[in-house]
Ligand binder design. Structure first.
Ligand SMILES: NC(=O)c1ccc[n+]([C@@H]2O[C@H](COP(=O)([O-])OP(=O)(O)OC[C@H]3O[C@@H](n4cnc5c(N)ncnc54)[C@H](OP(=O)(O)O)[C@@H]3O)[C@@H](O)[C@H]2O)c1
Length: 321
């Protein structure tokens, strides 16, 4: 932010977003249906696309859906900035695919790491055509970071900081797209939705992972409202039940039977929403199997989305631009 050009561009964009946010609800829009479905792969949904000259940021590029997304976007010619929690993991992932991948370290529980990651990406001085907020965890037991439930921090709050610090670059792109990984699990949450008065997670009887995924969905919705008036869009996706490492922190294997997609199939929806020409201008939507999907009333609650944004700002104020 010390570079005056960067600062000016950010301020211009911030005022644009602020202006838009005062007057622009997300209008009902017709979302095109695609011929793709649950079996489609990320390679299939991007077939024929030339992404050369475009830049994608993919968080969690060393495993599962993030890895496949990085691989396929790079295969189609994009420069992919892929984040991983260590230099070694990022380098190993980047070196294992064909194309132009730059690994960057990002640890979402460490807010200084998020700032450092965003600063490195800002220093590349390129518009971000695709910002894919993909990294995530699923926990079986309550864990906390900064006194907050850990999945809420990793899956939502960390990405909230990263998004804040990179959004000027997304708005700089001709058609910047933010794609946030939500989940059908957003339907299984504590009573009332986001637990604004108890974000530490104590006493939640169910749905702590779903709570964080609801936060992802609400973030995406509110971001789409704040981006109105720019050419950038924000959408949320459920990838399906996918055989990745997502269950690594659970000691029971029972859920594994629900994961019926391969990573190649699982990454299709986020790659489709990030790249497909038919979705130009489509924003504030929720997709699964490469098509608009049903969501809970909580996830379409604009007041809850706006409140979550404000509370997230309060919780991360020292790390925001
Ligand atoms: N798989 C499914 O069935 C499914 C269903 C619905 C939604 N999702 C969502 O899809 C996204 C990708 O998950 P996946 O299935 O690909 O799982 P995965 O294979 O476990 O990959 C998760 C990625 O997130 C990274 N990550 C975890 N904790 C992090 C932290 N504190 N800081 C930075 N990065 C961190 C991991 O890094 P490390 O490898 O270093 O831990 C890894 O790169 C998640 O948001 C998940 O909630 C998955």
């Amino acid at each position: 932010m010390s570079d005056p050009m960067t600062r000016r561009r950010f301020l211009e964009n911030t005022s644009l977003i602020a202006l838009a946010s005062t007057c622009a609800p997300v209008f009902a829009q017709t979302v095109p249906r695609s011929a793709f479905g649950a079996q489609s792969t990320a390679e299939e949904v991007t077939a024929g696309l030339d992404l050369s000259g475009k830049t994608a940021v993919v968080t969690g590029c060393n495993s599962g859906l993030g890895y496949e997304t990085m691989r396929v976007l790079a295969l189609r010619g994009a420069h992919v900035i892929g984040t991983a929690r260590s230099v070694e993991k990022g380098r190993e992932a980047a070196d294992s695919v064909v194309g132009d991948v730059t690994p960057v370290v990002l640890e979402l529980t460490d807010f200084d790491s998020i700032v450092a990651c965003a600063d490195r990406i800002q220093a590349m001085d390129v518009p971000i055509d695709m910002l894919i907020l993909n990294a995530g965890i699923l926990l079986g037991e309550l864990q906390q970071v900064r006194g907050l439930e850990m999945q809420f921090v990793v899956n939502h709050l960390g990405h909230f900081i990263l998004g804040n610090r990179l959004m000027s670059r997304v708005v700089d792109a001709p058609e910047g797209r933010v794609v946030t990984l939500g989940s059908i699990a957003h339907m299984r949450v504590p009573e009332g939705g986001i637990q604004f008065d108890n974000l530490g997670g104590e006493g939640w009887t169910r749905g702590s992972y779903g709570h964080s995924k609801l936060a992802n969905g609400l973030y995406s919705l509110e971001l789409s409202r704040r981006l109105a008036g720019t050419s950038a869009t924000s959408n949320c996706v459920h990838p399906g039940g996918v055989r990745t490492n997502i269950l690594r922190n659970l000691d029971r294997g029972g859920l594994a039977g629900l994961l019926n997609k391969s990573p190649e199939q699982g990454a299709a929806t986020q790659c489709y929403v990030a790249t497909h020409p038919s979705l130009t201008g489509v924003t504030g939507q929720y997709f699964a199997d490469c098509n608009p999907a049903e969501q809970s009333e909580y996830q379409t609650d604009e007041a809850m989305a706006a409140r979550l944004w404000e509370v997230s700002e309060e919780l991360t104020r020292d790390y925001l631009l």
